[in-house]
Design a protein. Structure first.
Length: 225
């Protein structure tokens, strides 16, 4: 493992990138970071497209055994890092099959259902079709977070998405909530379980260091006042 070198391609406002940054912080994983400015279209450059044909972030480059390979989906990157770098007995995805399945169910709702609805690509298409991004985002967030609230009532111990410990579900949850709050700042008032978990987990130092407000490429007007 000492011969492996990692490079993360990231964008400060990307919730998918924030998931990976969070896992790297939790497991203290050495890596280099390169910044891709999505609003400037840097993800469409030939050089980056050769690494990630989907022209999205994050992308993780793994250099090992004299070669390199790329991983370009945040949920796959999260699991790879957790399986490869977590200290023994301290993985973010438990061994128990039921726990793993329930955690993955939470992740799927957040990353598979809600995330695409609020992505820059989707919102740009909504506007291109004559729609308004904010009402769209608010309606989608309300629909999927209502489902998440019901799910977390069956899985959360009150402070985390699953049980009484930090898992990959929390890693997926916090960055997505920051995106939701961008368009629906008061949405958690009707979602007490979600609010309790977000209030607890979002201030954990590894999550703060990974959030969109604290990145080297964060604009000054989006940093904490």
């Amino acid at each position: 493992m000492s011969e492996t070198k990692l490079t993360l391609y990231s964008y400060f406002r990307s919730s998918a990138s924030a998931r990976v940054r969070t896992v790297m912080n939790i497991h203290n994983i050495p890596h280099d970071t390169k910044y891709i400015h999505l609003l400037k279209g840097e993800q469409k450059s030939p050089e980056y497209s050769a690494l990630n044909a989907g022209q999205s972030v994050p992308t993780l480059i793994i250099r090992e055994n004299g070669g390199e390979w790329a991983l370009a989906q945040s949920t796959a990157i999260m699991e790879y890092l957790d399986e490869t770098y977590a200290p023994p007995g301290n993985t973010l995805l438990p061994k128990d099959p039921k726990a793993r399945a329930q955690i993955r169910s939470i992740i799927a709702l957040l990353c598979g259902d809600l995330f695409p609805m609020l992505s820059m690509r989707t919102l740009n298409r909504v506007k291109a079709c004559g729609g308004q991004a904010e009402p769209w985002a608010n309606e989608c967030s309300t629909e999927y977070l209502t489902a998440l609230e019901a799910l977390l009532k069956t899985t959360s111990g009150g402070k985390f998405c699953y049980g009484d410990r930090l898992t990959l579900a929390d890693v997926a949850f916090v960055p997505q909530m920051y995106t939701v709050l961008r368009y629906s700042p008061n949405i958690m008032e009707e979602l007490p379980t979600i609010k309790a978990v977000f209030t607890h987990v979002s201030v954990i130092p590894e999550f703060v260091a990974a959030d969109y407000m604290h990145q080297p490429d964060t604009p000054d007007d989006q940093r904490p006042k």
